[in-house]
Unconditional design. Structure first.
Length: 578
């Protein structure tokens, strides 16, 4: 045991030291922390910890490693406590109350939202409502089917920004419930299922909480975009348990559709699904022919969805869609827009190497012709590709969205080590890893939940859902004025609040975008200057005061010899031809 401890703590200590050195070497990190400490309103360290995600995440990790070391050295409990009949019976009876508790924790009566991130979804939906078809006259940053889904959904419920926040809340609730049901079926344990959800909720949801931030601010990081692997997991598990091919085909159809739902996450979801079912055919019989059929079936499903989407669009709009628009907005991100450098060492590497270690074990068993649980194969492959995507994007906000598979793999390892009667020393290592996760999740919950509830005012429930918010009243009044005084269905708007003006006035933009922040470079804005100068629309609506940025200024300068201000509203100026 002493030898194992030594071999365990030497690499653990080295890893912790390297991570610490990485942070210490980042001057901007400590400059940022110093600025936060000296900022007005920071009265004591607890305020800093509870409101700043960067600080709380790093502190939680450091303390979790310390707690894991203490647990490993001094704790004498084992994994058996998770499998006691009394504990399992308790959580069996607890889960209905747990659903109510989960709903209470997730529901924010104020429905906080960030219009900037909502515009990318609702702007595209509004375009469809106003007759601008996706793949024809407009595009969407994240995909295609997701906007189609929202366009159908908002035919049933009111189309508004707060309602979209409610939809995102519901998506989180269904995702966490799905995680619970999946773990219950996969590991056959109410205890581990409850533990898994209790870890994942703080790491995915409350990690983004501060006095000015919320998980609801970022629909692109919600299960609406990142949760599609869950129905595939259910299908993979059903196929592994029953052997019925229909579940494998269902998983492939969902994965193929995910590519059109959201291109980047759909791609690695598809690769994980393909790898899982090809692995099934190769292990233990190395059936190359059947593995090839899997690849062919997936290709045919994707091609069928492509053809069906094209045919439906042709029937609706009278011409074939322009598929080049499918990636028009995302290609700038592929080229490096909005990327931030990652530290040379960090928590992401622990998760990434866990995925790689799991894949190494799977490959070892493949060579030895030993079977491996299919959901584990899927989670490992999906985890690797999701982390590659995170590293490639280099956007820290994505990190929490890609950690759930890591937690599921750890829980599987806990269950597997206990049931397979591995040596107690190895069981203790797994228990230590689980303790580290539990501590980190508990730390996040302790410091984030008070902040979360301090921003909630339950008397706002009705107001937040149906009333126009105070900060948007000027935009709302301008939109209603434009709606009443300008009959054309498409208004040429160049303004920072263009999407809100369009949705409130129930109009589309004359130009082929719904949000000015989809225009990243001046060379792109020059296209619209040239269009205005060539086509000379009778009027232009241009942002004023706080609704201008460099792009708006550049556009105004490009047309000022042709247009002059004829009317000024609260947020925009109306220009007409000289």
């Amino acid at each position: 045991m002493r030898k194992l401890r030594r071999h365990f703590f030497i690499p653990l200590g080295a890893a912790a030291a390297l991570v610490a050195a990485s942070w210490l070497s980042q001057k901007q990190y400590f400059t940022r922390v110093a600025d936060l400490v000296s900022a007005p309103g920071i009265a004591h360290p607890l305020s800093l910890i509870s409101t700043q995600r960067m600080v709380v995440a790093h502190l939680a990790l450091i303390l979790a490693v310390v707690a894991a070391a203490v647990y490993y050295c001094f704790d004498r409990s084992d994994l058996g406590v998770l499998y006691r009949g009394s504990v399992e019976r308790f959580f069996n009876k607890f889960w209905p109350f747990g659903l109510i508790l989960l709903a209470f924790l997730l529901y924010h009566p104020g429905l906080p939202l960030d219009p900037h991130h909502y515009h990318y979804f609702l702007g595209a939906v509004n375009d469809i409502y106003q007759g601008k078809g996706l793949l024809y006259e407009t595009s969407h940053l994240y995909g295609l089917f997701d906007v189609y889904f929202l366009a159908l959904l908002f035919k049933v419920i009111p189309f508004s920004y707060p309602m979209f926040a409610a939809v995102i809340t519901a998506a989180y609730f269904l995702f966490f419930c799905g995680i619970f049901v999946f773990l219950r079926r996969w590991l056959n344990s109410y205890t581990l299922s409850t533990l898994g959800v209790s870890i994942i909720v703080p790491m995915l949801y409350f990690i983004r909480t501060s006095d000015t931030q919320s998980a609801l601010f970022l629909p692109a990081l919600s299960p609406l975009r990142w949760g599609l692997y869950l129905p595939v997991l259910f299908s993979v598990l059903a196929y592994a348990r029953s052997g019925k091919r229909k579940f494998a085909h269902l998983a492939m159809v969902i994965s193929a559709a995910a590519v059109f739902w959201n291109f980047d996450t759909g791609i690695f979801l598809s690769l994980a699904t393909l790898a899982t079912f090809m692995y099934q055919e190769l292990n233990p019989g190395w059936n190359i022919r059947e593995a090839g059929k899997i690849l062919l079936h997936f290709f045919l499903y994707g091609l069928s969805l492509f053809a069906l989407t094209s045919l439906i669009n042709r029937g609706v709009y009278g011409s074939w869609p322009h598929w080049s628009l499918f990636l028009r907005e995302s290609k700038d991100f592929v080229l490096g827009a909005a990327m931030h450098p990652l530290p040379p060492l960090g928590l992401y590497q622990i998760i990434f190497y866990t995925y790689l270690l799991s894949l190494a074990v799977i490959f070892y068993k493949l060579v030895g012709r030993k079977t491996v649980d299919l959901p584990l194969v899927f989670l490992s492959v999906y985890g690797v590709f999701s982390m590659v995507h995170y590293i490639g994007e280099s956007t820290g906000q994505i990190f929490s969205a890609v950690t759930a598979p890591f937690v599921l793999i750890i829980l599987y390892a806990v269950d597997n080590f206990w049931k397979e009667n591995y040596q107690p020393a190895y069981e203790r290592l797994v228990a230590t890893g689980l303790a580290c996760l539990v501590f980190m999740a508990a730390f996040l919950a302790i410091f984030k939940l008070p902040v979360e509830f301090s921003t909630r005012h339950y008397t706002q429930a009705g107001e937040s859902l149906f009333n126009v918010r105070a900060e948007e009243l000027d935009t709302y009044y301008d939109a209603k004025y434009l709606q009443a005084h300008y009959q054309q269905k498409r208004l040429p708007i160049i303004s920072l609040n263009d999407t809100k003006l369009l949705t409130y006035s129930k109009k589309a933009n004359y130009f082929d975008f719904y949000y000015i922040f989809t225009i990243y470079f001046r060379s792109q804005m020059q296209k619209y200057i040239d269009q205005a100068r060539s086509e000379k629309p009778a009027m232009l609506i241009v942002g004023r005061n706080n609704y201008r940025n460099d792009q708006v200024e550049y556009f105004s300068a490009g047309v000022q010899d042709l247009y002059a201000v004829s009317e000024s509203l609260k947020t925009v100026d109306v220009y007409t031809l000289r």
